[in-house]
Structure formats: C-alpha cells, structure tokens
Design a binder for this molecule. Sequence first.
Ligand SMILES: NC(=O)c1ccc[n+]([C@@H]2O[C@H](COP(=O)([O-])OP(=O)(O)OC[C@H]3O[C@@H](n4cnc5c(N)ncnc54)[C@H](O)[C@@H]3O)[C@@H](O)[C@H]2O)c1
Length: 258
Amino acid sequence: MELNGLAAVVTGGASGLGAATAQALAKAGCQVALLDRDLSAAQVIADDIGALAIACDIADESATEAAFATASSTHGPTRILINCAGIVDAKRIVGREGPMPLDAFKTVIDVNLNGTFNCMRLAAAQMSQAAPLDSDDARGIIINTASIAAFDGQLGQAAYSASKGGVVSLTLPAARELAAFGIRVMCIAPGIIGTPMMLGLPDAVQDELVQQSLFPKRLGKPAEFAQLALSIIQNPMLNGEVIRFDAGMRMPAPHSSK
Ligand SMILES: NC(=O)c1ccc[n+]([C@@H]2O[C@H](COP(=O)([O-])OP(=O)(O)OC[C@H]3O[C@@H](n4cnc5c(N)ncnc54)[C@H](O)[C@@H]3O)[C@@H](O)[C@H]2O)c1
C-alpha cells in the first residue's frame, strides 16, 4: 500500500509506541490523526509532526464515534488504523487486601480490549465505504497492539494478559470478516519496549525483564515498533497474523507464587 496521502488514525498517539508510529506515518506522507485521552500531550506530538490531535477515551462509544467523524471530515476516510492506546495495571487475583476488585479487572478489559474493538469497528466501517486503493482492491489496514503477556502472563497480570489475549484472538476472525472489503487485520505483540509505560518500572525490574530476551538484550525502541508497523502496511501478503516483537523473549514461570 502506498502510504503517501493516506488518512491514518493512531490511538494512544500522545506517547510511546503510538507517538513513534504517528511520527513515522507522517514522515511517509500520511495524514495522521492522534486519538488520545491526554489531549495536551497529543497536541505536542501533533504540532511536532503536522498531525491532528483529538481528545478521546477509546472505551467511550460515543466519544470515539465523534473522534472518527472528526478525523474523516478533516482527512477523508480512515485507511490505516494503528491501535496503540492501552493501560497496564498489576494486581493479584487474591492480594493482601482480599480478592481483586472486579472493577479493576473490568477497567483494563474495557480500555485494552473493548477500546481496541471500538476503534476497529469504526475504522472498518469507514474503510468499507471507501474506494479501492490499488490493483488488489485494498481499502485499508488495521494493526492492533497486544503484548507477549497474552502468551506469557506474569504474576499480577491476570487482567492485562486477558485483555491482550482478547486482542490476539480478535485478529483472525476480524481478518476473515473484513477481507470481503479488502481490509487487512494484523496484530503486533511487543515484548519490552522503552516507553513511558515501561520506563516507569524500577531499573532492577527492567534489567531482569531484559535478561529474558535472547538477542539483543536491551529494551526495544519505539522507532523499531514503528518500523514494523510501516513494513506490515506496505506488505500486502501480511494478514490475519500476530507477530511477536520481542527479541526472542520468553518469560519464565515465577520462582514463588506468594
Ligand atoms: N511498552 C511496552 O513494553 C509494551 C509491551 C507490550 C505491549 N505494549 C502495549 O503497547 C501499547 C502502547 O503502549 P506504550 O508503551 O506506548 O504506552 P504509553 O503509556 O507510553 O502510551 C499509551 C497511550 O495510550 C493513551 N491511553 C490510555 N488509555 C486510553 C484511553 N482509554 N483512551 C485513549 N487513550 C488512552 C495514554 O494517554 C498514552 O498516551 C499499549 O497497548 C501497551 O499495552 C507495550
């Protein structure tokens, strides 16, 4: 898919993986809209790369519908959706204070899984109505962001892992259904990438995580995630698949369960 001039929506575009991907898309000539609940941070990135910043909580149905309407009225129908907005919350199922509050679980599912689907359905609707872009009759592409926690969830990651497992499982049925419109659906499952979400962890924890990589033993860079996203967009044969982006990292079972 030729990127120049295409309308792209990047959720979570105010920070980390979303900001890096938005920057790469803008550099490639896309018309980029950043959807983020942190409007002031999104505006800083938008001003820097010549994008449109839109305040939006992706778990909010009507706010997200309004955000996609604004993006398409400014840039035309969405052709590329990069779903990067997400939250992390570490809580045990049974902690020192008793069972995990159900709302804590629901909140993570609501943003990471329901929010991803919410944006997917709205972007797909716009793409399905748009003209084909090339000789394959491609109309658009959706790239969701899961995590290796979908496969190797750690202690305290029940909610996060469940949410990302849902994003992984969404990939194939969505790709099968949306193929009829010429829309591809892909998913990236990152390992440990140096973004504000990860850099907030203590150094010792980051070092321990990095040691689980095969090679290279370092944090991934947001620009490397963006490089993969652009490569997926540009390669029409990638569809319905989850790509681990983790330097061969496999998380071990914990030494102790308490
Ligand atoms: N950084 C990593 O190592 C790593 C690893 C695996 C998966 N991921 C996933 O990658 C994605 C991006 O993570 P990141 O590291 O760039 O995080 P980040 O915290 O740097 O950025 C996340 C962005 O999402 C926005 N956001 C959060 N909830 C939102 C909501 N409800 N509506 C709209 N915007 C919302 C935040 O404001 C922020 O700008 C997340 O889905 C995360 O789970 C990250």
